[in-house]
Each structure stands twice: as structure tokens, then as C-alpha cells.
Design a protein around this ligand. Structure first.
Ligand code: NAD
Ligand code: WQD
Length: 342
């Protein structure tokens, strides 16, 4: 099959999408980007152009579920492959708005698959999530760990994976590389691009960054009574530029692949909440004020990737450590105290 050169990036204005756009432009890919800006801002494209010194390409404000608008994008551009980031991603919000989550994440994915198939585009890189493993227990989890999603967000990603596996089994032209990310954090080292969620962040790293800059008064540490060395929960934090690089390699490899393949993306090493807090304090030069509060509903003690499969398949391994993640995240926050909106 022909190696893809023109890539449709859905959700390309978002956190992982925008960093992936940089990586793809830096490696000569041509991009078409769609996003409805429900959790992002179009300002990000000026930043991407500054960082890469390249034109982003065509950008469309549209909802992934809008079949006609989506079809028109495929009509207009010679798209070879798609990287599908567009989704809602907040676990807590998904328990309050399950219909919205299934509609955007699942119906959005089937709308995309239909448009792809109608336009004879069959190569896809899909954003999945370690949250599908649920409370799978201790130790690094490999891709054979049974999926046991515990909330509508995680279920929506698991349903998408099953749809994609079924589509690949029945329509042999389709090739899907499904990447299950653990906890992508950090920012582009330029300080121009980073994580800028709308409203109050849910995730640890953007919350810590907003405490460090004074937008939030202190971090709430959700539980210090887990059976972990310091009592706080352990996650596998992965630099967003390493995450972006894995997508570029996935696209490089798509044309030599067939069917569906699933890979974990993680470092393979866990860090506790207090270790992240200490590392961010060291990066920003002042300790992060925090208060321990009860556990957050639905949190699990530990989620760490066995990322051996992707290393064996593609030779990919993360190159950046927790100090880099905190340093880059702090640089973005310090230079953009109010995010892209300022
Ligand atoms: P993000 O919210 O920053 O990016 C998602 C983008 O999709 C946003 O720009 C948003 O505006 C857009 N979008 C949402 N609904 C849309 C719709 N209906 N039509 C068009 N655009 C829409 O999130 P992110 O962290 O960059 O996550 C990207 C992908 O990675 C998501 O699929 C998410 O589920 C997955 N993921 C993220 C993480 C993480 O920790 N950030 C971990 C695992 C998986
Ligand atoms: C990390 C740790 C919290 C905020 C979720 C999804 C996962 C992926 C990333 C999308 C936990 C603790 C957090 C705070 C805290 N996203 N924490 N105070 O929950 O591991 O993963 O987002 O797919 O799939 O499940 O990430 O960053 O929210 O939390 O103490 O204010 O930080 O309890 O232990 P999580 P997170």
C-alpha cells in the first residue's frame, strides 16, 4: 500500500492533537485538521506555525458527527490516512453526561469510519486509553489485560476498539493502529504549546501547573491511604512529545501493516502523586501547596504500562523523564498564565 502523506487529524486543536501536528509537520506530512473547539481554541494553530515555521494546512471547524461536513472535507482533499483524537475525555464528567460521551466518542467514530470507507480511505490511528483496563491490579499491564471499563468514558473507548476490530475483520482494506495511552503530560519545549483545557482542569498535571502559577490556591491530593510506598496513587506519566512521536511512527508504519493492532503507550514506570508534586516544585522553584482530601471516586491505586510490545514492533521508547515533563509544563504555564486566551 502507498505510504500516507496527507493526514486528516481530528481533534487536532487539542492537547495531544496539537503536539502531534507539530511532530507530523516537522516530518513532512501534509495536514488537514478538524475540530469543533469544544475543549480547545483555534489560537493553537498560530502557535503550531510558530513552532514549526510551516503552514498547518486546511483547518475546518466542524463536529465529527456532522456527516455532510465531514464528507465534504474528504471530497475536497486527497486524504491518505486519519489520526482520530476528537473525543470527550473527562472521566468524572462522563458519569454525569453518559449520552454526550457515547454520542461524541462512539457515534463520532462511526461517522468517521463511514466517511473514510465512502472515500476509500482505510488507514487509521486511533486514540484509546488505559482507562479501559479499569482496576486491573498491580504491576505493568500489557495489551492482553482484559478490558474492564468502570465509567462511560472508558466504556466508550472500549466500544470503539471493538467496532474497529470488527470493521478490520470484515472490511480487509482497513488498517487500524490503536494506541492506548496511559497519562500523557508535559508540553512542547518551546513554551508555546501546552495543555490548555477549558474550565477547571480535572487531571493532575494541569492542576499542579495552575497552582504553581497562582490560578488555583492549592492542589487537592486525592487520598494518601493507598497501599503504595507514600500512600498516594501511582500512574505512568508520559511526555506529550514522546506520545506525538509514537503517532508519527504509527503513520510511518501504517502502509506496511494490515488489520488492527493495539499498543500501550507508556513509560513502564509509575510515579506517585507526591512524586509529581515534588518534581513540579523542583521545576518551578517553589513548593506546590497541597492538602490531602479523601480519595476520588473511581480512582485505582496503580496503573502502569507494559510498553514492551510497541518497543519490539517499532523500536519506540519514551525519551523524556518526569523532570522534563514538569519543566516543559511549567515553561508553558509561566509563559501563558491564562493559556492561549490571553
Ligand atoms: P483534548 O480535549 O485536548 O482534545 C480533544 C479535541 O477534540 C479537542 O480539541 C476538542 O475540541 C475536540 N473535539 C471534541 N469533540 C469533538 C467533536 N464532536 N467534533 C470535533 N472535535 C471534537 O484531549 P486530549 O488529551 O488531547 O485527548 C485526545 C485523545 O486522546 C482523546 O480521544 C482522548 O480520549 C485520548 N486520550 C487522552 C488521554 C489524556 O490523558 N490526555 C489519555 C488517553 C487517551
Ligand atoms: C492522576 C492521579 C488522581 C487531580 C485519567 C483517565 C486516563 C487518562 C488520563 C484519558 C490520580 C490524582 C488528580 C487532582 C489528584 N485520560 N489527582 N488531584 O485519573 O489517572 O487518568 O486521565 O484517557 O484514561 O482515566 O489521571 O491526571 O486525573 O489523575 O490527587 O487534582 O492524580 O487521584 O491518582 P487519571 P489524572
Amino acid at each position: 500500500m502507498r505510504a500516507p502523506t496527507t493526514i486528516l487529524v481530528t481533534g487536532g486543536a487539542g492537547f495531544i492533537g496539537s503536539h502531534t501536528c507539530v511532530e507530523l509537520l516537522d516530518h513532512g506530512y501534509k495536514l488537514i485538521v478538524i475540530d469543533n473547539y469544544s475543549n480547545s481554541s483555534s489560537q493553537v494553530f498560530n502557535r503550531i506555525e510558530k513552532v514549526t515555521d510551516r503552514f498547518v494546512g486546511a483547518v475546518y471547524e466542524l463536529d465529527i458527527r456532522d456527516r455532510h461536513a465531514l464528507s465534504a472535507v474528504f471530497d475536497r482533499h486527497p486524504i491518505d490516512a486519519v489520526v482520530h483524537f476528537a473525543a470527550h475525555k473527562a472521566v468524572g464528567e462522563s458519569t454525569r453526561m453518559p449520552i454526550e460521551y457515547y454520542d461524541t466518542n462512539v457515534a463520532g467514530t462511526t461517522a468517521l469510519l463511514r466517511a473514510m470507507h465512502e472515500h476509500e480511505v482505510h488507514q487509521l490511528v486511533f486514540s484509546s486509553s488505559c482507562s479501559i483496563y479499569g482496576d486491573a491490579g498491580r504491576g505493568p499491564l500489557d495489551e492482553s489485560t482484559p478490558a474492564r471499563p468502570t465509567n462511560p468514558y472508558a466504556s466508550s473507548k472500549w466500544i470503539c476498539e471493538q467496532i474497529l476490530a470488527d470493521v478490520c475483520a470484515r472490511i480487509p482494506e482497513f488498517t487500524v493502529l490503536c494506541l492506548r495511552y496511559f497519562n500523557p503530560v508535559g508540553a512542547h519545549p518551546s513554551g508555546l504549546l501546552g495543555e490548555d483545557p477549558r474550565g477547571t482542569p480535572d487531571n493532575l498535571m494541569p492542576t499542579v501547573a495552575q497552582v504553581a502559577i497562582g490560578r488555583l490556591s492549592r492542589l487537592r491530593v486525592f487520598g494518601d491511604d493507598y497501599s503504595t510506598p507514600d500512600g498516594t496513587a501511582i500512574r505512568d506519566y508520559l511526555h506529550v512529545m514522546d506520545t506525538a512521536e509514537a503517532h508519527r511512527i504509527a503513520l510511518d508504519r501504517l502502509s506496511d501493516t494490515s488489520g488492527m493492532h493495539v499498543f500501550n503507550l507508556g513509560v513502564g514506570k509509575g510515579q506517585s502523586v507526591l512524586e509529581v508534586v515534588a518534581a513540579f516544585g523542583a521545576a518551578s522553584g517553589s513548593p506546590i501547596p497541597f492538602r490531602v482530601v479523601p480519595r476520588r471516586a473511581g480512582d485505582v491505586p496503580e496503573l502502569v504500562a507494559d510498553a514492551g510490545a510497541v518497543n519490539r514492533a517499532w523500536g519506540w521508547r519514551p525519551r523524556r523523564n518526569l523532570a522534563d515533563m514538569c519543566g516543559d509544563s511549567w515553561r508553558f504555564q509561566r509563559r501563558n498564565p491564562l493559556g492561549y486566551a490571553q
